[in-house]
Design a protein around this ligand. Structure first.
Ligand SMILES: Cc1ncc(C[n+]2csc(CCOP(=O)(O)OP(=O)(O)O)c2C)c(N)n1
Ligand SMILES: [Mg+2]
Length: 798
């Protein structure tokens, strides 16, 4: 019996293809400086997925499902949202324009219709896998009980499968027993530059099967299948199966006459199969040969519906045609192809669209408008338009539970102790913390937390070493109530999991407070995924430790240099570098609060600090034990730590120099101050806790003044205001000197910036600090050079 949905779906598919093509064509004409190469990619890729997207959104998806659409299918996605009444005509007209519909679907810019942003290929794919694990986590903890379990779905370009992060995620998903996940590969055998290598599909099939996935291949549509059943059909199938990808693509581009010639050359005079070809005219033959599984609605629906009631992860490999139904279909250069005016006119005519009626939703439809409207009203996906959920704020105590600290401690140690204390405290917010780490749980001091709060797994399992009564400091019990998600060593996975955890309130209606740890230098390994997480406005605390050449014995490969600059430059991420554990506690408290603030408001142009909008936080920590100050944490100091700096020693009125330091080099800066005190007047010591926020506030205040708010003043401007004009500034940190180098520009003080510019090496701490000139001798020498005066008595000859 034929499917009653098919007539409406056929009309909608036609509209999706038309609207997507028109959106692109129109945008390209609106903006003469647009990059035709990229816009073209949208056209062909959207056509390639038009059938599958139509089937998903208008028949298969449920409101609780979440989807990552491959970047270049953006226009087809927008067309669907438009047909569903969730995207405006103005935004489509303004596609790729200022505040128009985004080239690549974006959660933050397009709004709640987009579940996962895409753009950097591969990341959206992995995000669906980790989002599914987060959904499991939320359910296992008994939250969001009234929410139906959704399926996480990624639409993937076949060339996108070259991205390694997908395979890292696949492996992790297998370990964690991922469920409710569909990956749909748009197997159009074309990338941006090339045609897919022969045999790719069998490799992919074998790979997914090896990881326990169900594999569904959509190769032939209904037309081809019935042709195969005709006399000679088997020969045609054998020919297609043996046909190289590039030849098939080129014939798809050339059309019916070329198909006939080629097929006759290779299958002519062979009895029934030749007759099978001969009885079709050129158009029929072209239609038959392009009837691949991914463009045949009944095949697509069958495939999806056959997997509807099974939780096992499934990959659908759908044979498609890049540019399907457009004059550029199949051409290897079509990623850069745009339809010409003439081609567009023909396409318009074929779609029955009158000039001036291009945006009319049902223009040219072969069914009465009301019938399509009625169909749209009852599609399962349309039943609940709310996609961006919310969850109440989890209150954070004014002061985090304080661990017993020793006089000598590192920030990394302090981090572990604070978290362990939070675990012990029984405070309600502790239950919402979820930690994760790519195989560096113990070495980033998360062990104490894990001992108390266990590892997460859907199934309970005891630590074998404990069961065997073998002494060990760490208890690795897995439980559904566990609060640590242990990952294999793949920093990409860490950031993508953090990205999914940090969107849990919006995706699953449950607020989580995610904390991820890794070694600071390996931020670079997952940097694009970190950027992607921030771009989606995901919320988490990233704790990167150890860092810098302070990790002296480890050598260049393990010592980070540029990460403080990453912290400053990364939008959506507030970066801190504490020296002392009491500062760290203030920063962590701030982070748990800041990550929950609403992201709806535009950043405040006056303060620029996105304090009202919130964001994620990055803490750069160290394993170097430092003498801890004995002091009370006043609200003023606490605020200054959050704002980015405070005077550890206030400069006098005639200060000749100040030293501004960040992080683990505090003892060197303090020692230098001690040695300089007698020979330089009124010297001050500035503790910079966040170069990032300090700099952002300064930039914002300048911008505010330029726009007429004459009294706008930033934290750093207030701090430096008392310094005399001739006062020199020496900055120092275990990281790139540019991090603090800008301080001199704030009020025009002569500045010398110390730090690390070249790969580190092994050695003792003293040797390395000396080598890079960030020891107290180096600091004193810099002060002497910048604030000339009588020789500093304690300065050894260098
Ligand atoms: C990380 C990353 N590298 C490069 C690109 C540029 N790029 C966009 S799409 C694409 C390949 C497209 O091929 P495929 O995934 O098969 O999709 P199709 O074009 O067939 O629709 C490339 C290289 C990108 N968007 N992201
Ligand atoms: Mg492709």
């Amino acid at each position: 019996m034929s499917d009653v949905r098919l007539p409406a779906l056929a009309e909608l598919e036609k509209k999706v293809l038309w609207l997507a093509s028109w959106t692109i064509h129109n945008a390209n004409h609106l903006r003469d400086n647009d990059d035709g190469l990229k816009v073209g990619g949208h056209q062909a890729s959207s056509a390639s997925l038009a059938t599958i997207l139509t089937a998903l959104y208008f028949a298969v998806l449920k409101p609780e499902d979440r989807v990552a659409v491959k970047p270049h299918a953006g226009p087809a996605f927008h067309a669907i949202q438009y047909l569903l009444g969730r995207q405006s005509r103005e935004k489509l007209i303004n596609f790729r324009g200022y505040k128009g519909a985004q080239s690549y679907p974006s959660r933050t810019k397009d709004g709640e219709m987009v579940d996962f942003s895409t753009g950097s290929v591969g990341l959206g794919v992995a995000q669906t896998l980790f989002a599914s694990l987060v959904q499991d986590y939320v359910q296992a903890h008994g939250w969001a009980k009234d929410r139906a379990t959704g399926r996480m779905i990624a639409l993937i370009g076949d060339a996108e499968m070259d991205e390694g992060n997908i395979f890292e995620a696949l492996l992790e998903g297998w370990k964690q027993g991922v469920e409710n996940l569909w990956w749909i590969i748009d197997y159009n055998r074309q990338s941006l530059d090339a045609i897919a290598r022969e045999g790719l599909i069998s490799r992919l099939e074998a790979l997914f099967r090896a990881f326990g996935w169900e594999v569904v291949v959509l190769k032939y549509g209904t037309l081809l299948q019935s042709a195969f059943a005709e006399p000679g059909g088997e020969k045609l199938r054998a020919w297609i199966d043996a046909c190289p990808n590039s030849l098939y693509s080129s014939l798809l581009f050339q059309g019916g006459a070329a198909w006939r010639k080629r097929l006759n050359d290779e299958l002519g005079d062979q009895g029934p199969v030749s007759a099978l070809i001969a009885k079709r005219n050129d158009d029929e033959l072209a239609k038959l040969m392009s009837d691949l599984g991914g463009h045949d609605m009944p095949t697509v629906l069958d495939a999806f519906e056959s997997r509807a009631n099974d939780k096992r992860p499934t990959v659908f490999i759908a044979y498609t045609v890049k540019g399907f139904g457009l004059p550029l279909q199949g051409h290897k250069d079509n990623h850069a192809g745009l339809m010409t005016e003439t081609q567009m006119a023909a396409f318009r005519a074929a779609n029955g669209v009158r000039e001036g009626h291009e945006w009319d939703k049902f223009e040219g439809a072969g069914l009465p408008e009301e019938q399509i409207e009625d169909f749209l009203k009852q599609v399962p996906f349309a039943q609940d338009p709310k996609r961006k959920l919310n969850a109440p704020i989890v209150p954070i105590p004014e002061v985090l539970p304080q661990p017993k600290t020793e006089s000598l401690m590192s920030t990394q140690q302090g981090f572990g102790l604070i978290l362990a204390e939070i675990a012990r405290s029984g405070e309600a917010f502790a239950d919402r913390i979820v930690t994760t780490s790519p195989d560096v749980t113990v070495s980033t001091n998360l062990g104490g937390w894990v001992n108390r709060r266990k590892l997460f797994a859907r199934q309970q399992s005891k630590d074998t070493f404990r069961a065997e009564k073998i002494p060990s400091t760490y208890v690795w019990d897995f439980a559904p109530e566990g609060q640590h998600m242990e990952l294999g060593i793949a920093e990409m996975n860490l950031f993508i999991l953090l990205s999914a955890l940090g969107l849990s309130h919006q995706l699953f209606g449950t607020r989580l407070l995610p904390v991820g740890t890794l070694y600071d230098p390996f931020i670079a390994r997952g940097l694009d995924a970190l950027n992607y997480a921030c771009y989606q406005d995901s919320r988490f605390l990233l704790v990167a430790t150890p860092s810098g050449i302070t990790l002296s014995g480890e050598g260049g490969a393990h010592q980070s240099i540029g990460t403080p600059l990453i912290g400053m430059a990364q939008d959506g991420l507030a970066a801190f570098e504490p020296a002392f554990v009491d500062e760290l506690s203030v920063m962590m408290r701030f982070a748990f609060d800041y990550m929950q603030r609403s992201g709806d408001a535009e950043p405040d142009a006056r303060s620029w600090l996105r304090d009202a909008t919130g964001g994620s936080v990055y803490l750069r920590l160290s394993t170097r034990p430092l003498e801890q100050p004995r002091r009370a944490m006043t609200p003023e100091r606490s605020q200054a730590i959050v704002d980015g700096a405070y005077w550890l020693r206030a400069p006098g009125p005639n200060a000749e120099a100040i030293i501004a330091y960040s992080g683990a080099v505090a003892p060197e800066a303090i020692a230098a101050i001690g040695r300089l005190a007698e020979d330089r007047k009124d010297i001050g010591l500035l503790a910079v806790t966040s170069a990032d926020r300090l700099n952002a506030g300064w930039t914002a205040a300048q911008r505010a003044r330029e726009s007429g708010l004459a009294h706008a003043t930033s934290h750093i401007e207030r701090l430096l205001a008392p310094l005399p004009r001739h006062c020199g500034i020496v900055t120092v940190l275990d990281g790139h000197p540019a991090t603090l180098g800008w301080l001199g520009a704030v009020l025009g003080h002569h500045t010398r910036s110390l730090g690390v510019e070249h790969f580190g090496q092994t050695g003792s701490l003293a040797e390395l600090y000396r080598h890079y000139g960030i020891d107290s001798d180096g600091i004193v020498a810099a002060v002497e050079a910048i604030a000339p005066g009588r020789p500093v008595r304690h300065l050894r000859s260098l």
